[in-house]
Design a protein. Structure first.
Length: 94
């Protein structure tokens, strides 16, 4: 029993570390997207393509539908997908 309890404690620690690293990665990617939008804001006249991208980004952001209180894997997948889509849009700007 003692070994099982120790292994469960280690598993709990692994879960915490993994979730922290995952959240840090997502937050970093969101920061990169924000930086790209901020840089675009500084330009005098963004291209029509970039304006369309911004509109699409806004639509994605306004339609985020997750239930954080439930802690579901599918919500994490949705968030990861949205952040990935936003990142992909801004990568084309460079």
């Amino acid at each position: 029993m003692k070994s099982t309890i120790e292994e469960l404690d280690q598993l709990r620690q692994l879960v915490r570390e993994t979730i922290d690293a995952y959240a840090e990665r997502l937050e970093s990617e969101i920061g990169l997207v924000r930086d790209a939008v901020t840089e675009l804001r500084k330009s005098k006249e963004p291209s029509a393509e970039r304006i369309r991208d911004l509109r699409d980004m806004l639509t994605l952001l306004r339609h985020v539908s997750v239930r954080p209180d439930k802690g579901r894997r599918k919500d994490l997948k949705k968030l990861d997908s949205i952040v990935g889509d936003l990142r992909m849009m801004t990568e084309n700007w460079q």
